[in-house]
Write a protein that binds this ligand. Structure first.
Ligand SMILES: [Zn+2]
Ligand SMILES: [Zn+2]
Length: 348
């Protein structure tokens, strides 16, 4: 048995691009004035972690400790931290800090910070670890009765779907299509339903119909069902694309009505291409959405608690992180995996 240094943090890191994670012990980063150190109890596994390991974004520094859907207890606080005390349960998502000064931070859109490439909670080391250090201004107090495994998923997948949906759901029962019934999509269906949208789940897996309807979808259409998609032509106010793979983009766009919006939150692995005719004639918008601001994050957590939004979560010990990654890559997670730390590792 390896006895770590008393001060060392016990993490799991990819030592190089695309590699399996291995145990990696490191000295905790210096605590800055606004920082908190958090003993990690739960950390969700998100496809973005896998993109990080594979250096999809071209900014990964190795050794790379992934993990950015984090819940734990505050173990140390910096000199200028307000509103948090040692022992408090907190959660945070992908964004662990921002410059707090640029034009975007100044208007409360911290997720668009000019330094967003340096803002990840996994920088320098992420949540697949016994402890993590983040800016306390991005640590969120959680509703007392919200299970930590639910909170961890909501802090990334939840905010990603809630933020674009809330700006569409403005009181006239909008018709929304959720493309993909997976880690993001299963939450998007629940949020859209709770936001009083008429929800159509669109999936490449016809066997997801029952599950989608149980989550709150009003209708289900398989992407291979050309007639079903054609019947939806010019009907939707918004399409939320949560998938990773390619799809018949033109056929999807045809489902949008005048002034409709196609919002991407999933990173398609193939380029998006479509016939421009529909776009022009029906004044469609194609846009993206990234996470959400701190204000929207707080709103989302309260809304999820009040409306009983429940991520479908499978718990696995953090020591089985490589097995968990394999499961997500093979599309076998139903629908999110949350890694749980052994309390002996965190001292909690
Ligand atoms: Zn995530
Ligand atoms: Zn900024």
């Amino acid at each position: 048995m390896v006895v770590p240094l008393k001060s060392a943090v016990l993490g799991y890191a990819a030592m190089a691009k695309g590699q399996e994670l291995e145990q990696f012990n490191y000295e905790p980063p210096k605590l800055k004035n606004h920082d908190v150190r958090v003993a990690v109890t739960h950390c969700g596994l998100c496809y973005t972690d896998i993109h990080g390991i594979d250096d999809y974004f071209g900014i990964t520094a190795f050794p790379f400790v992934p993990g950015h859907e984090i819940v734990g207890h505050v173990s140390e606080i910096g000199s200028e931290v307000t509103g948090l005390r040692k022992g408090d349960r907190v959660g945070f998502g992908w964004q662990g800090r921002s410059c707090m000064e640029c034009e975007w931070c100044s208007k409360g859109e911290e997720q668009l910070c000019k330094d967003i490439d340096k803002a990840a909670a996994w920088s320098p080391y992420g949540g697949f670890s016994s402890s993590i250090t983040v800016d306390s201004r991005f640590a969120y107090s959680l509703p007392a009765s919200m299970p930590s495994e639910f909170a961890s998923v909501l802090l990334c997948a939840g905010i990603s779907v809630y933020s674009p949906l809330r700006s569409t759901a403005t009181g006239h029962k909008p018709k929304v299509g959720i493309v993909g019934v997976g880690g993001l999509g299963h939450l998007a269906i629940q949020f859209a339903h709770a936001l009083d949208c008429e929800v159509t789940a669109i999936s490449s897996s016809p066997d997801k119909e029952e599950q989608a309807l149980a989550l709150g979808a009003d209708h289900f259409v398989a992407t291979e069902d050309k007639a079903g998609l054609r019947n939806m032509n010019l009907s939707l106010d918004m399409l939320l694309y949560t998938g990773h793979s390619g799809i018949d983009w033109t056929r999807l766009l045809n489902t949008l009505r005048n002034n409709g919006k196609f919002v991407m939150i999933g990173f398609s692995t193939v380029p998006v291409a479509f016939e421009p005719l529909e776009l022009v004639v029906h004044q469609l918008s194609i846009t993206g959405s990234l996470l959400g601001s701190r204000m929207v994050m707080r709103e989302m957590l309260a809304f999820a608690q009040e409306r009983g939004i429940k991520p479908k979560v499978e718990l696995m010990p953090m020591s089985q992180v490589n097995e968990a990654i394999r499961k997500v890559k093979e599309g076998k997670a139903r629908y999110r995996i949350v890694l749980v730390n052994d309390p002996a590792r965190t001292g909690t």
